[in-house]
Design a protein around this ligand. Sequence first.
Ligand code: ADP
Ligand code: MG
Length: 331
Amino acid sequence: MLVAALGLAGCGDPLDPLLEVTGPTMGTFYSVKVARPPAELRTETLRETVTAVLDQVIAEISTYDPTSELSRLNADPTTDWVPVSAELLDVVAEGQRISELSGGAFDITVGPLVNLWGFGPEHRDGTVPDAAAIAAALERVGYDKLALRAEPPAIRKARGDIYIDLSALGEGQGAARVASALEARGVTDYMVAIAGAIRVRGHNAKGAPWAIAIEEPTPGRRSVHRIIEISDGALSTSGDYRNFFEEGGQRYSHEIDPKTGRPIAHSLASVTVVDADATRADGLATALMVMGEARGPALAEAEQIPAYFIVREDAGFRVVSTAAFQRYLRE
Ligand code: ADP
Ligand code: MG
């Protein structure tokens, strides 16, 4: 929801052929652009490919679909191994790697807390839960309560009431899977955006790298903070300025600190991450967001993650970007 993908077609410039489809998905939107498409590819075929892939990803990993593979795993009280699809296992495994990297700031078992605070599928008007309810939910949280097996793919929960939430990876996974499907159809130049998760390859219809806008992290307003150019890779932004509720003058974000059981409370307004893999970029952006303006940049620098942080100040914003991000900042 946090990054706008720009067309940037200048008036009068010669343009190569461009196919474009947009629509709703995952409670947000998708936007797919294909430059210089294979001769036989039509807009309608492109739309069918994109929506079929996204529907498939939802059927695997969405907690908003009670019949999804993930929802069935969440509802299953067993602590035995549960066979899962390789696709679901892959996303869970990515989440576990990011948990380890972030020292548990990122945690896909945070679901009970997300739901308690009203940011889950049974979205309700935000109110602050009482301390006992937070403590009870925290008992169920911890990425070390999940075991993964590759052959054959299976997941085992240490408690029957573990609830996995892959929302922080879902948009990235959608973008990655749409990108693979396009490549399988011979597409070489594309931009796939699922809200703030973007995967690009090749060049736009002007033959230039794809241009992606990082938004100004201001609630209720959409304006461009900065344009990033990238021709092969993924970019994802997480922020606290769109999905939140307010009570008693305090803002409560949908990103939850698994250590405290409470929404993050710091001055980091948004984080943008570049990575080869869209699912990982999506998760890393959330992880760094949860870590905040001190620990986030320190981890990203140490791990050589290209990351761009916008920190809220009394008057305006302050930007911090890692050494690995500098190549994307050439004007
Ligand atoms: P957005 O793209 O909307 O900013 P994110 O990719 O940052 O969203 O993911 C936020 C979602 O991730 C939350 O709505 C929640 O479902 C889940 N989540 C919240 N806190 C955490 C956390 N600490 N670790 C992993 N997932 C989280
Ligand atoms: Mg994310």
